[in-house]
Design a protein around this ligand. Structure first.
Ligand code: HEC
Ligand code: HEC
Length: 269
């Protein structure tokens, strides 16, 4: 019995640690869900929402996803939180809008989804009531049918695993693909082509072409440096909202898989 107790504690720790990596590193949830202060992400409001994302098609306000029961998601069950992340629906049945990256999050594997939920339960609760988002585009009645199960990708298939990291988990292709209908990117025709403009305090940054048309001449080390350190090939510092502050923790095997995937993309002008 005691051996079982030790083993299950270790398992629970491993699950929370995996969730931390998914939320704080590769998933960069805080890039939207943590408000920005003058010095970067406001750590006193970590994951507490409230930063306004103002575009023509919407004025979206990422929610408080800390465990505060009143203003966050502390009163939701594990399954309710999981459905919110993967299916884009709240416990009351209302739809969660863009730019929360649903078309990608539908593909988060079951184990990773539950790891994300387990980790979110451990972050400090922050009281922060966020204002509602406003959408000037029609939202569909639902993003998807209920998703029963998504199997974990096979880490030994490097390109497929990289596609999982750059897609469902890391949503790299969300920013690096131009927008189609419903305020979501056009993955079918323009995957990785870049060109989407992000106005902000930094001026206007333009998402780069990350297909071989854009990165074909780059070495692996140059691509890794751009992602982890935010420095382009010509030593130019890259601008937000690319989530360098989070990506610096991407592990070696995961970085290798992401690069293998980027190199496998169909070239796009
Ligand atoms: C590109 C920005 C963006 C990213 C990245 C993002 N979110 Fe969101 N998220 C949003 C926005 C915007 C909303 C609110 C949409 C609305 O008001 O309908 C939201 C809503 C939510 C909600 C619903 C909460 C509520 O009270 O309604 C949950 C849960 C959530 N996000 C979890 C996550 C997790 C976990 C991650 C990382 C794996 C993540 N989000 C990454 C933008 C983002
Ligand atoms: C929130 C939006 C966003 C996300 C998410 C994002 N990027 Fe970017 N990325 C950008 C923007 C914008 C630029 C251009 C910045 C500039 O030119 O100053 C960029 C630049 C880059 C560059 C440098 C290209 C060059 O020509 O200098 C690479 C490589 C890159 N991103 C890869 C990735 C990968 C891989 C991921 C996922 C792990 C990712 N990006 C996630 C917005 C994003």
């Amino acid at each position: 019995m005691s051996i079982f107790g030790v083993a299950s504690t270790a398992l629970a720790d491993a699950q929370v640690e995996r969730g931390r990596y998914l939320v704080e590193v590769i998933g960069a949830c805080g890039n939207c869900h943590t408000p920005m202060g003058p010095e970067g992400p406001d750590t006193s409001r970590h994951l507490a929402g409230g930063m306004v994302i103002d575009m023509d098609v919407f004025r979206a306000v990422p929610a408080n996803i800390t465990p505060d029961p009143e203003t966050g998601i502390g009163a939701w069950s594990d399954v309710e939180i999981a459905r919110a992340i993967r299916e884009g629906v709240r416990p009351d049945g209302s739809l969660i809008g863009p730019p929360m990256p649903y078309p990608l999050y539908h593909g988060i594997a079951d184990d990773d989804l539950m790891a994300i939920v387990a980790y979110l339960r451990t972050v400090p609760p922050v009281v922060n009531e966020t204002e509602p988002s406003v959408y000037n585009i029609p939202l569909p009645p639902a993003w998807t049918d209920p998703i029963a199960s998504v199997p974990a990708p096979d880490p030994s298939d490097q390109v497929a695993y990289g596609a999982y990291l750059a897609g469902p988990v890391g949503h790299c292709v969300e920013c690096h693909t131009p927008m189609g209908e419903h305020g979501h990117p056009d993955f079918e025709h323009r995957l990785g082509a870049g060109g989407f403009e992000f106005p902000g305090p930094w001026g206007v940054s333009v998402a780069a072409n990350i297909t071989p048309t854009g990165l074909g001449d780059w070495s692996d080390a140059e691509i890794a440096r751009a992602i982890r350190e935010g420095v382009s090939r010509d030593d130019r510092p890259l601008m937000p909202p690319m989530a360098f502050a989070y990506y610096k923790g991407i592990s070696e095997p995961d970085m290798a898989a992401i690069i293998a995937y980027l190199r496998s993309l169909p070239p796009m002008e």
